[in-house]
Design a binder for this molecule. Sequence first.
Ligand SMILES: Nc1ncnc2c1ncn2[C@@H]1O[C@H](COP(=O)(O)OP(=O)(O)OP(=O)(O)O)[C@@H](O)[C@H]1O
Length: 225
Amino acid sequence: MKLQIQHVGKRFKDNTWGVRDFSLELTPGLLGLLGPKEAGKTTLLRMLATITKPTTGTIKWNGEDIEKNPFDLRPDLGYLPQGFGVFPNLTVNDFLRQAAAVKGMSAKTAEQKTEELLQQFDLTHQRNKALSELSAGERQLAGLAQALINNPQLLVLDEPAAGLNKKERENLNKLLSDLSKDRIIIMATSDPCHIDGIATEIAVIIKGELQRHSLSSEKQLVQYC
Ligand SMILES: Nc1ncnc2c1ncn2[C@@H]1O[C@H](COP(=O)(O)OP(=O)(O)OP(=O)(O)O)[C@@H](O)[C@H]1O
């Protein structure tokens, strides 16, 4: 399992660059993508999630260019967009079932996985509520559950801890630590404390450029956190 980001850049219509010449190679583990606001985190994640295409460079999943073969990656991909809120009237249950349908899962597998995730995220009692009726933390957990519905090998998370309280964040960190043992997780955040203790690698992005990439150690993060 390997993700290669090779000299990737993104230029917008107004000619500004959101990401420039970004290169990184990832194997299973949790990468904390750390950067201030407007650093280019979301821009990079949207390219990894095959929502937008790079202007320069190549992204390869297990050796295959995802621009040429997006359907090779999509069944392996889970994506939590930042501040998602596109379907406020959908119930939690329907939200998960819709994600499963989009990912081409059979009805039986979708039902089993929905039950499992609702329990795992303590959302069973909320399953018939609309997303707009949930607390910010619950909505974020529902978003994570939809990202995990297909047991993805590549999990791309944009500020997943936003809106979570301390207990919810601890639960999330434990879950992500477990999940990162046999898959690649990329977790973007502007808050170093959100990746403290769970990131196996850290990449710092500033003004669209990779400033530093290192294996994480608690010592490194303590100075920020
Ligand atoms: N569609 C767009 N058109 C033009 N510029 C854009 C577009 N999307 C993002 N940008 C710019 O690209 C840069 C990177 O933005 P991006 O949203 O990727 O940063 P970020 O690190 O995710 O920030 P935040 O934490 O605030 O979401 C910013 O300067 C932003 O204004």
